[in-house]
Design a protein around this ligand. Structure first.
Ligand SMILES: [Zn+2]
Length: 476
């Protein structure tokens, strides 16, 4: 049954669009058949169920374009807490990933999805790379099941590797590599079983070898791109997260990382990469000219000390910008409100770090013009939806899917704002969700998710963390 809703009296509506269209003059939104059917000052109709949005700010629901949900049980893991990327990978995610079983994996997925949902995120692209030959559980089935229970849209980026990385060769828990044929057959199975081509899809599959430089041979990397395009699915991987990518690409292939990807058909509007923190000017040019996308993960990049991607330059060059939280093993709060708050501040700080005195040729004082709240909303919603091929999602316009959030800013941290519309991002914290809709269905109401027992989940999380710790001790 499709309920017809009339959302009345919103304080402000940010649309996810650019320029003057970034803010709607409307106060009311009508939902019919899962879509936004009208915007403006609307009179109630007999069929309307009215939702009072007084003192609420409405944003499109967030689209998270890079995550590793299994890491939701690896927050603040002490051995990796003060390590940079490569040693952190060995210390935390790669040391623990063989310790997951079906039950612990399901709890991790549930925690991560609920955390995102409570930040106003409706669409998640998970880069899932817990795969080894003859594994005893089907991670894809669990991911899609858990997302469906919460009413979220889910994109499975099917990770994996056909060769073992040097950094994990010493680890007793190292996952065995898959055969390339088996990897590709599983992608084909997943596409047949789950993939929806539509621009309003709830389920998509993406080709996503875990690391662009390390997970497959160069020839297999090219073949995986070709196969993805035959299947009509997108392509995703990690790239240029730290300077180590530049060293590795030079050492292994005598190329830059982006050059390597371009030569193996891994650029284009159907490709997006997580991170892209360390790029050379010629690499930015290639990525921009090919309209490749980025999943910007500012909190993870900061936590690992990797740096800050230059979104302004990347967008100017022609790339599509989106925001991802990355796995919680390098981000102790993997939600879209923390992430967008960080993105807003860090783009400005990044530019400010480049300021020099006028007597040394300096042309600006600081970086406050690097990113507006409207830019952040657009990147975190419409940008992500475009990258995922979900063009009917991510903006608040008539005809679009009704995926949006009513934030009720009733916490003192939002009191005193001259422009309440910017509160959810600018003031940080987690704003109370009065209501959240996905395809016109209520998935969060008065900050509550139906059928979720938070106390039980907290208890399960504690038990699961202990179990994972015991399992890694036993094999060490
Ligand atoms: Zn990642």
């Amino acid at each position: 049954m499709n309920t017809q809703y009339l959302i009345k009296n919103a304080y402000a509506i940010l649309t996810g669009l650019s320029g003057d269209a970034a803010r709607s003059s409307a106060t009311d939104i009508r939902i019919q058949d899962g879509k936004i059917s009208a915007l403006g000052q609307l009179s109630p109709e007999p069929e309307d169920t009215i939702v009072d949005a007084k003192d609420c700010v409405i944003y499109p629901a967030w689209v998270n374009t890079h995550h590793h949900l299994f890491q939701s049980l690896l927050k603040g893991e002490p051995q990796g807490l003060n390590q940079s990327l490569t040693s952190w990978l060995a210390s935390t995610p790669y040391r623990f990933r063989g310790a997951f079983d079906e039950a612990t994996f399901r709890i991790a997925v549930r925690i991560g999805l609920i955390e995102l949902l409570r930040s106003g995120c409706a669409t998640v692209a998970d880069h899932h790379y817990l795969y080894w030959p003859n594994m005893p559980f089907d991670g894809a089935a669990i991911l899609f099941e858990e997302a469906e229970k919460l009413g979220m849209r889910f994109v499975l980026c099917r990770g994996g590797a056909t060769q073992t990385r040097g950094l994990e060769s010493e680890l007793p828990q190292a996952l065995r590599a898959e055969k390339f044929e088996d990897y590709m057959l599983d992608v084909e199975r997943l596409v047949q079983q789950y993939h929806q081509k539509d621009a309003n899809a709830f389920r998509k599959i993406v080709m996503a070898p875990t690391s662009s430089l390390h997970s497959t041979t160069a020839q297999q990397f090219r073949e995986s791109a070709k196969f993805a395009r035959q299947l009509g699915i997108g392509l995703h991987s990690h790239l240029s997260e730290t300077v180590d990518y530049l060293d590795a690409a030079k050492h292994k292939f005598s190329m830059t990382p982006v050059q390597f990807c371009a030569e193996h058909d891994w650029v284009g509007s159907d490709v997006w990469f997580a991170h892209l923190v360390k790029l050379l000017p010629e690499e930015i040019k290639i990525l921009g000219q090919t309209h490749t996308g980025i999943a910007h993960c500012p909190q993870s990049n900061a936590r690992l000390g990797s740096g800050i991607a230059d979104l302004v330059a990347l967008e100017h060059a022609g790339m599509t910008i989106s925001i991802g939280v990355d796995g919680a093993a390098s981000n102790e709060a993997a939600d879209m409100l923390s992430e967008t708050h960080a993105a807003w501040l860090m783009q400005r700080a990044r530019k400010g770090m480049l300021a020099v005195p006028q007597y040394d040729g300096g042309l600006f004082e600081g970086g406050a013009d690097a990113a507006t709240i409207e830019d952040i909303v657009r990147w975190g919603t419409a940008g992500g939806a475009k990258i995922l091929g979900l063009d009917q999602v991510g903006t608040i316009e008539v005809g679009q899917q009704a995926d949006f959030v009513l934030y009720q800013l009733d916490d003192p941290r939002y009191f005193g704002l001259h422009d309440i519309a910017i509160g959810p991002i600018a003031s940080g914290g987690r704003a109370h969700i009065k209501a959240m809709f996905v395809a016109g269905k209520i998935v969060v109401q008065d900050d509550q998710i139906p059928d979720v027992d938070m106390k039980e989940l907290a208890w399960q999380a504690r038990q699961a963390v202990q179990l994972l710790q015991q399992r890694t001790l036993q094999v060490a």
